[in-house]
Write a protein that binds this ligand. Structure first.
Ligand code: ATP
Ligand code: MG
Length: 446
């Protein structure tokens, strides 16, 4: 496996100082998968101060000195260098001098979460792999190093890390590991919402997200109990072929792996169970579930400390996910004026993802409606028609120049013109707008 020059320099510097050092963890895993590692981590016998002394001329950020981590800044990017982990043994600054270097590395690997993350690279490039990581990597398996129950007990975040790696690498979770993480899901109550949310978004944007959501649903219900009511909830409606939860997980897979869009699909029907009713014919309906769902999603995302911009966008998309897609240029123009181009394009993606898991006839009908909507929007956008008052060909100054006194009448005239442009009754051009404004002046000024 190829080790980039900026990492090799660090390894050599540490070796020269008498400290064995190895690339370890995610970079080894990704390299073996043929992926370019996002970042390189190095483990070493050196303490952070010794790492700094062994690498003269480089700059450092003391990221986690108490945990033995120093970030080395190089021309090729930052590299995290961490002293061999040994359960807090360094917190009082004691040096693991008595530990042989080989023992140091083995102990370090034993502390790591999964076999595929517990590999290091020797200086000659061979893979140091005491837990069968390469075999699991080839078979596509996430398996705890050591006893799964004990490892989740030590650190419950590993429950979600297992699910994140399974979703992102599209791996299966080994049976004992899977049973243990399901059995111990309650431990997640102890994990901060920020860390949970980070793992959740990482997981949702992976290619195996829908499957992991289905296979490990009870884990997700620990920190999103609102979703549990969807489980096995039959919709009794010819538009649907699955229970709400299954539909939700399939809708997640059906949209591009963008965090906002995947969160939207995860939560889009969260308001359905509360809004269910059956009509006289026994057909199920969910009137108002989009508004209810937007409010529930807002609360859930606040609780998980989702950033405000993402939360606002997700709830907006949920609020509009169930509207009838506009079919005419006039209605498309109105929606574009209200929500803007970016949101409208996201809505098109949501509508399509929501239509994916349907019976064939319903799906074809829905997709035709969405396509017409898209075409109407594209036409409006291509004509660069007027969407916000800022884009109008005249402004307040022009109205004043017509002799309208400075008063609320100016705004009322502009608003009326704006509505007439939106409805297609007036072109967004100066002359016709000024002529119409002059007519409105008579009607609207006292
Ligand atoms: P990525 O950065 O792509 O998410 P990664 O494997 O590099 O994957 P990090 O969170 O950066 O993940 O952690 C680096 C390494 O540290 C992991 O590969 C693993 O060996 C170890 N590790 C991280 N978190 C834990 C944990 N909670 N328990 C045990 N080992 C961990
Ligand atoms: Mg990493």
């Amino acid at each position: 496996m190829e080790i980039p020059a900026h990492v090799r320099d660090i390894l050599e510097g540490l070796e020269l100082g008498g400290y064995p050092a190895y690339p370890v963890g995610g970079c080894v895993r990704d390299g073996l998968l043929g992926l370019t590692p996002a970042d390189w981590d190095v483990c070493t016998a050196a303490l952070p101060s010794q790492t700094e002394a062994a690498l003269p001329g480089l700059r450092f950020v003391e990221t986690g000195m108490r945990h033995g981590t120093v970030t080395v800044l190089t021309g090729g990017g930052p590299v995290e260098v961490t002293t061999f982990r040994r359960d807090g043994a360094y917190e009082d600054g004691r040096h693991p001098a008595a530990v042989s270097f080989q023992a140091g590395l083995e102990e370090d690997l034993a502390r790591r979460d999964f076999t595929v993350n517990a590999m290091a690279l020797a200086p000659d490039g061979t893979v140091i792999d005491p837990y069968g990581g390469q075999e699991d990597l080839a078979a596509g398996i996430i398996r705890c190093v050591g006893n799964p129950s004990a490892r989740f007990e030590e650190d419950a975040l590993r429950i979600l890390r297992a699910l994140r790696f399974a979703a992102r690498l599209d791996f299966q979770i080994e049976t004992d590991t899977a049973q243990a993480l399901l059995a111990q899901r309650g431990l997640l109550e102890k994990i901060s919402p920020e860390r949970i949310f980070k793992e959740l978004t990482g997981l949702l944007t992976g290619p195996g997200a829908g499957r992991v959501l289905r296979d490990f649903a009870p884990v997700f219900y620990v920190f999103m109990p609102e979703l549990a009511a969807q489980h096995g909830f039959w919709q009794n409606n010819p538009n649907h072929i699955h229970d709400i939860w299954t539909h939700t997980t399939m809708a997640v897979d059906a949209i591009v792996p963008d965090p906002v869009l995947r969160l939207t699909m995860l939560l889009h029907d969260i308001g359905k169970p509360a809004r269910y009713f059956t009509d006289e014919a026994g057909i199920g309906h969910f009137y108002g579930h989009a508004e209810t769902g937007a409010a529930m999603a807002d609360e859930l995302l606040r609780r998980l400390r989702c950033d405000n911009a993402a939360r606002r966008r997700v709830t907006l998309l949920i609020e509009y996910h169930d509207i009838e897609p506009p079919q005419t240029e006039k209605s498309a123009r109105r929606l574009l004026a209200k929500l803007g181009e970016e949101v409208c394009r996201q809505l098109l993606a949501c509508w399509r993802a929501d239509s994916d898991d349907r019976g064939q006839a319903v799906k074809e009908r829905n997709l035709a409606v969405i396509l017409r909507s898209e075409q109407a929007m594209e036409t409006v956008l291509a004509q660069e028609q007027c969407f916000s008052k800022r884009d109008m060909a005249i402004n307040g100054q022009d109205i004043l120049a017509l002799g309208v006194p400075e008063s609320p009448a100016v705004g009322r005239i502009l608003e009326t013109l704006f509505q007439q442009i939106l409805s297609g009754d007036l072109p967004n051009e100066r002359e016709p707008l000024l002529a119409q404004a002059a007519r409105l002046r008579e009607e609207l000024t006292p």
